[in-house]
Design a protein around this ligand. Structure first.
Ligand code: NAI
Length: 336
């Protein structure tokens, strides 16, 4: 039998706990014997001295070549004037859709059961356009950019996703009662797109109420469709519902490329101590496997994680255990 063709994945380990969780995830992917090869690329605060930027063009080019990247978190140095490496990558690759499936992890007991929702966030504009200026000393202005084009594109993506994944409801989250023009435009676009998908229920909830509803009845929600800032905040809130930042994976999609990354940051408080929980990047890798049509491998990985959680013997500290990143990864590899 001939060997399957190897597909190249760009691996961006990033900063802080990034290299630790990236190594752990690659180990698990190798144990799965998937036909992937990894090309490592630099990004983040630690490479600024070498490249003069936290997102080198060579890394952007590597992702454009491979079409798929697995990325660890990258730190943002406050006060350097450099934009976040993530924002730079999203802009350079036009990664307009951030998709974060948040579900109760089988075997991991948390305050809530039966959570199964997807945070769908517009990734390219809103206050993240980075347009700020000093009007007069003591007064600054940050511009919130919302366009019909980007809002319609993410809304269509959310409804197409709902249809393709058997999801029943899309909830647009907004503050159009206050930001009548910007969030009003976003809602108009969502409403127009919703008309093309009569099989998917459409509803709208104001963002502050949404926070309250999510901590009371998260199981009521399905696909949450949001602008960039609300999506950033609510994705952490939703991660908290199912065990925290250590257990939620995510993906960023553009027209031509996809970047898979965990929701969490570089965790400076535990970096270099071997304590990181690699589950989130492993979950992101499972999403990547599905994207690459390696569904069976994705399922095996998710089952292995679920069985380690169900046995409950090997848990990292963020989930109340004592295991380190290596112990946890060993357990996942043996479960495979
Ligand atoms: P953070 O997510 O790094 O940490 C928040 C808390 O969660 C910390 O107590 C940390 O120890 C814990 N935590 C996070 N991930 C964990 C894991 N896998 N295992 C165990 N515990 C974990 O958020 P923070 O402190 O706000 O940000 C730190 C840096 O990360 C900043 O420079 C920020 O800009 C960057 N960041 C990068 C992201 C990315 O590259 N996608 C996303 C979020 C933040």
């Amino acid at each position: 039998m001939s060997e399957p063709t190897l597909r190249t994945v760009t691996l961006i380990p990033g900063d802080g706990i990034g290299p630790e969780v990236a190594d752990a995830t690659v180990r698990v992917l190798q144990a799965l014997k998937v036909p992937l090869t990894f090309e490592q690329a630099d990004a983040g605060a630690e490479v600024v001295n070498k490249y003069g930027t936290n997102m080198p063009q060579s890394t952007v080019d590597a992702v454009l070549r491979s079409g798929v990247a697995l990325k660890g978190p990258t730190g943002t140095l406050v006060g350097t004037g450099l934009a976040s490496a993530n924002v730079a990558l999203r802009k350079a690759l036009d990664l307009f859709a951030s998709v974060r499936p948040v579900h109760s992890v089988p075997g991991l007991k948390t305050r809530y059961e039966g959570v199964d929702l997807v945070v769908m966030r517009e990734n390219t504009e809103d206050l993240y356009a980075g347009l700020e200026h000093i009007v007069v000393p003591g007064v600054v202005e940050s511009l919130k950019i919302i366009t019909e084009k980007a809002s319609s594109r993410i809304a269509r993506y959310a409804f197409e996703y709902a249809k393709a994944h058997g999801r029943k409801k899309v909830t647009a989250v907004h503050k159009a009662n206050i930001m009548k023009l910007s969030d009003g435009l976003f809602l108009d676009c969502c409403r127009k797109v919703a008309r093309d998908f009569p099989g998917v229920v459409y509803e709208e909830v104001i963002v502050d109420n949404m926070c309250m509803q999510l901590v009371r009845n998260p199981e009521r929600y399905d696909v949450l469709l949001m602008e960039n800032l609300y999506g950033d905040i609510l994705s952490d809130l939703c991660a908290g519902l199912v065990g925290g930042l250590g257990v939620v994976g995510g993906a960023n999609f553009g027209e031509r490329v996809a970047v898979f990354e965990a929701v969490h940051g570089t965790a400076p408080d535990i970096a270099g101590k071997g304590l990181a929980n690699p589950t989130a990047l492993m979950m992101s890798a499972a999403l990547m496997l599905r994207h690459l049509k390696l569904d069976e491998a994705a399922q095996r990985l998710e089952r292995a994680l679920a069985s380690v959680f169900a046995q409950g013997k090997v848990r990292t500290q963020d989930l109340g255990g004592t295991a380190g990143c290596r112990d946890f990864t060993d357990a996942v590899v043996s479960a495979l």
